[in-house]
Design a binder for this molecule. Sequence first.
Ligand SMILES: [Zn+2]
Length: 236
Amino acid sequence: MSELNDLKKKLAMSSRMLFNAQLVDHSGHISARIPGSDHFFILPHPVSRATVAADDMVVADFDGKSVEGKYKAPSEVFMHARAYKARSDIESVAHLHNHMVATLSMVDKPFYPASSNPGAFFGPGPMPVYMDPALIHTIEQGDAVARTLGKGDAVMLRGHGSMVVGQTIEWVFAACVDLEEAAVRFYQASLLGPVRVYTDDETQRVMKGRRKGSVVQKIWDHNVAKTKLARLMEGI
Ligand SMILES: [Zn+2]
């Protein structure tokens, strides 16, 4: 029981931290698989991402149907549901309306996140782009996003934002922060000239130092502190 309460509390914390980092606005959401089940906790549709509390979480199934909770699930719950269905290796999913990643998704130019060290959370090669700009309101659309994600850690949604997946809420949160930072750097570097994209070998070596629990914890702790300073962590 307390494990589930911890999960809900971490989701509420991460939502407020994503808001404080300007990675979600009135919309965007994070979720966590209920361990060993075919259900997950997700933020509710109507509650502000800046004030959501543990008890507000909705339980949904892998068809995107709400099965428990006082509020309804977000309309794009299908993105989360079908990612869990397709990927038994992931425990948490975030959908962001992250400004710079959304901007890069609008240009016909591949985005290589791992051309800056924060982007090393995302392996070599360009990030896949889901091209249909419509909101993800059906199982079929959720499946199509999951197919574009493949075995990767994130997918860009054209003109919309992104979806980031991982094995813990903390990992997904840290990856969300680093993805936007990588996008900002890629954009700024692109204005100056052709980007010096890391080779696969360089990416692997940077990944070795960056994709680690200790780095994730440091990013998490820093953002907990920042969000407390902004007085956004009360009444979790
Ligand atoms: Zn959205």
